[in-house]
Design a protein around this ligand. Structure first.
Ligand SMILES: [Ca+2]
Length: 159
Protein backbone atom coordinates (compact mmCIF):
# COMPACT_ATOMS: atom_id res chain seq x y z
CA UNK A 1 0.00 0.00 0.00
CA UNK A 2 1.25 3.44 -0.96
CA UNK A 3 -0.41 6.23 0.93
CA UNK A 4 0.20 9.83 -0.03
CA UNK A 5 -1.67 12.54 1.83
CA UNK A 6 -2.58 15.29 1.85
CA UNK A 7 -1.62 17.04 -1.36
CA UNK A 8 -3.27 19.34 -3.82
CA UNK A 9 -2.96 21.86 -6.53
CA UNK A 10 -4.64 25.14 -5.78
CA UNK A 11 -4.20 28.75 -6.66
CA UNK A 12 -4.17 31.75 -4.41
CA UNK A 13 -7.59 32.70 -3.16
CA UNK A 14 -9.42 34.66 -5.84
CA UNK A 15 -7.35 33.42 -8.77
CA UNK A 16 -8.15 29.71 -8.73
CA UNK A 17 -10.13 29.81 -11.99
CA UNK A 18 -7.41 31.59 -13.97
CA UNK A 19 -5.53 30.13 -16.95
CA UNK A 20 -2.13 28.61 -16.20
CA UNK A 21 0.39 26.11 -17.55
CA UNK A 22 -0.89 22.56 -17.16
CA UNK A 23 -0.09 21.33 -13.65
CA UNK A 24 0.93 17.80 -12.82
CA UNK A 25 1.66 16.29 -9.41
CA UNK A 26 3.20 12.82 -9.68
CA UNK A 27 3.33 10.00 -7.13
CA UNK A 28 6.36 7.84 -6.51
CA UNK A 29 6.62 4.87 -8.91
CA UNK A 30 4.92 1.63 -7.89
CA UNK A 31 3.83 -1.74 -9.23
CA UNK A 32 0.21 -2.79 -8.75
CA UNK A 33 -0.26 -5.63 -6.30
CA UNK A 34 -3.95 -6.52 -6.62
CA UNK A 35 -4.78 -5.45 -3.07
CA UNK A 36 -8.05 -3.68 -3.90
CA UNK A 37 -9.28 -0.42 -5.37
CA UNK A 38 -7.20 2.68 -6.03
CA UNK A 39 -8.95 5.68 -4.53
CA UNK A 40 -8.33 9.42 -4.38
CA UNK A 41 -10.54 12.12 -2.88
CA UNK A 42 -11.01 15.14 -5.16
CA UNK A 43 -12.45 18.60 -4.52
CA UNK A 44 -13.25 21.41 -6.94
CA UNK A 45 -14.34 21.23 -10.55
CA UNK A 46 -15.14 18.33 -12.84
CA UNK A 47 -13.19 19.67 -15.77
CA UNK A 48 -13.87 17.67 -18.91
CA UNK A 49 -12.81 14.67 -20.93
CA UNK A 50 -10.79 11.56 -20.21
CA UNK A 51 -7.09 10.82 -20.44
CA UNK A 52 -7.55 7.08 -21.02
CA UNK A 53 -5.11 6.09 -23.75
CA UNK A 54 -3.54 9.55 -23.90
CA UNK A 55 0.23 9.92 -23.97
CA UNK A 56 1.75 12.11 -21.30
CA UNK A 57 3.43 14.05 -24.11
CA UNK A 58 -0.02 14.85 -25.52
CA UNK A 59 -1.06 16.84 -22.46
CA UNK A 60 -1.61 20.46 -23.45
CA UNK A 61 1.10 22.88 -22.37
CA UNK A 62 -1.52 25.28 -21.08
CA UNK A 63 -5.03 24.97 -19.71
CA UNK A 64 -8.21 25.05 -21.76
CA UNK A 65 -11.74 25.85 -20.61
CA UNK A 66 -12.85 23.32 -19.70
CA UNK A 67 -9.92 20.93 -19.56
CA UNK A 68 -9.10 17.72 -17.74
CA UNK A 69 -8.97 18.04 -13.94
CA UNK A 70 -8.45 14.84 -12.01
CA UNK A 71 -6.21 11.83 -11.53
CA UNK A 72 -4.73 9.49 -14.10
CA UNK A 73 -2.76 6.25 -13.88
CA UNK A 74 0.41 6.46 -15.98
CA UNK A 75 2.25 3.42 -17.32
CA UNK A 76 5.89 4.41 -16.96
CA UNK A 77 6.99 1.92 -19.64
CA UNK A 78 4.77 3.35 -22.39
CA UNK A 79 4.23 6.91 -21.16
CA UNK A 80 0.47 6.52 -21.61
CA UNK A 81 -2.35 7.18 -19.20
CA UNK A 82 -4.48 4.02 -19.02
CA UNK A 83 -7.15 5.07 -16.52
CA UNK A 84 -8.37 8.50 -15.46
CA UNK A 85 -10.94 9.77 -13.01
CA UNK A 86 -12.51 13.05 -12.04
CA UNK A 87 -15.38 14.46 -10.04
CA UNK A 88 -18.93 13.94 -11.26
CA UNK A 89 -20.12 17.38 -10.15
CA UNK A 90 -18.29 20.63 -9.47
CA UNK A 91 -18.24 22.08 -5.98
CA UNK A 92 -16.50 22.17 -2.64
CA UNK A 93 -17.76 18.70 -1.74
CA UNK A 94 -15.10 16.00 -1.72
CA UNK A 95 -15.78 13.08 -4.07
CA UNK A 96 -13.83 9.86 -4.42
CA UNK A 97 -12.33 8.84 -7.76
CA UNK A 98 -12.08 5.03 -7.88
CA UNK A 99 -10.18 2.65 -10.13
CA UNK A 100 -11.60 -0.74 -9.21
CA UNK A 101 -9.49 -3.80 -8.48
CA UNK A 102 -10.99 -5.38 -11.63
CA UNK A 103 -9.93 -2.40 -13.76
CA UNK A 104 -6.42 -2.52 -12.30
CA UNK A 105 -6.08 -6.28 -12.79
CA UNK A 106 -6.84 -5.83 -16.50
CA UNK A 107 -3.87 -3.48 -16.98
CA UNK A 108 -0.53 -4.67 -18.35
CA UNK A 109 2.10 -5.38 -15.71
CA UNK A 110 4.67 -2.69 -15.22
CA UNK A 111 5.62 0.37 -13.27
CA UNK A 112 2.99 3.04 -12.72
CA UNK A 113 2.52 6.48 -11.23
CA UNK A 114 -0.65 8.26 -10.24
CA UNK A 115 -0.71 11.83 -11.55
CA UNK A 116 -2.96 14.64 -10.39
CA UNK A 117 -3.51 16.88 -13.40
CA UNK A 118 -5.06 20.32 -13.70
CA UNK A 119 -5.38 21.20 -17.39
CA UNK A 120 -8.47 23.36 -17.01
CA UNK A 121 -9.50 26.90 -16.19
CA UNK A 122 -12.72 28.88 -16.04
CA UNK A 123 -15.61 28.27 -13.64
CA UNK A 124 -14.57 25.64 -11.08
CA UNK A 125 -11.26 25.48 -12.93
CA UNK A 126 -9.34 24.03 -10.01
CA UNK A 127 -8.90 20.66 -8.33
CA UNK A 128 -7.54 19.51 -4.97
CA UNK A 129 -6.69 16.01 -3.76
CA UNK A 130 -6.50 14.25 -0.40
CA UNK A 131 -6.31 10.73 1.06
CA UNK A 132 -4.97 8.69 -1.84
CA UNK A 133 -4.80 4.92 -1.47
CA UNK A 134 -2.85 2.91 -4.04
CA UNK A 135 -2.85 -0.92 -4.03
CA UNK A 136 0.78 -1.03 -5.03
CA UNK A 137 4.33 -1.76 -3.99
CA UNK A 138 6.78 1.13 -4.16
CA UNK A 139 9.60 0.66 -6.65
CA UNK A 140 11.99 2.54 -4.40
CA UNK A 141 12.57 1.72 -0.74
CA UNK A 142 13.23 5.39 -0.05
CA UNK A 143 10.42 7.34 1.64
CA UNK A 144 8.05 8.77 -0.97
CA UNK A 145 8.43 12.37 -1.98
CA UNK A 146 6.07 14.54 -3.95
CA UNK A 147 7.30 16.44 -6.97
CA UNK A 148 5.47 19.12 -8.83
CA UNK A 149 6.43 18.71 -12.45
CA UNK A 150 5.32 22.10 -13.76
CA UNK A 151 4.27 25.08 -11.80
CA UNK A 152 4.43 28.77 -11.31
CA UNK A 153 4.99 30.24 -7.92
CA UNK A 154 1.49 31.53 -7.31
CA UNK A 155 -0.46 28.59 -8.68
CA UNK A 156 0.62 25.56 -6.68
CA UNK A 157 0.32 24.83 -3.04
CA UNK A 158 1.36 21.54 -1.50
CA UNK A 159 0.17 21.22 2.05
CA1 LIG B 1 -6.90 25.03 -13.15
Amino acid sequence: MVTVRPAGLAAQVGTQDSAHPTLRLRSPEFTLNGAGNLTAWLRGGTGSGSLNGTGVSALPANTTSPGFQGVALRNVNTGNYLLSGKKSSSGDTWQQAVFTAAELTALPPGVYTLDLIDAGHGGWGWVAMDSVSIPGTPVSTHPPTLKVQRWTSNQVRIS
